[in-house]
Ligand binder design. Structure first.
Ligand SMILES: [Zn+2]
Length: 53
C-alpha cells in the first residue's frame, strides 16, 4: 500500500496522498504541507487509487 496521509504544496491547487504519484515526487519534502486544505485530489493520485497502486 502506497497511500500516505494527505498533503499539499502551496504552489499547487490539488492535494496528494500516494507516494507513487510522479507529480508529488517533483515536490521536495520541505515544500509539503499536511492536510488536503480543501483542495481536490490530484488526478494522478486518484488514478493510482483506482488501480490500487
Ligand atoms: Zn498526486
Amino acid at each position: 500500500m502506497t497511500k500516505t496521509i494527505a498533503w499539499h504544496a502551496d504552489k499547487e491547487s490539488v492535494y496528494h496522498d500516494n507516494n507513487k504519484c510522479s507529480r508529488a515526487e517533483s515536490i521536495p519534502a520541505t515544500k509539503r504541507r499536511p492536510g488536503a486544505a480543501d483542495r481536490p485530489q490530484c488526478p494522478e493520485c486518484e488514478k493510482l487509487k483506482v488501480e490500487q497502486k
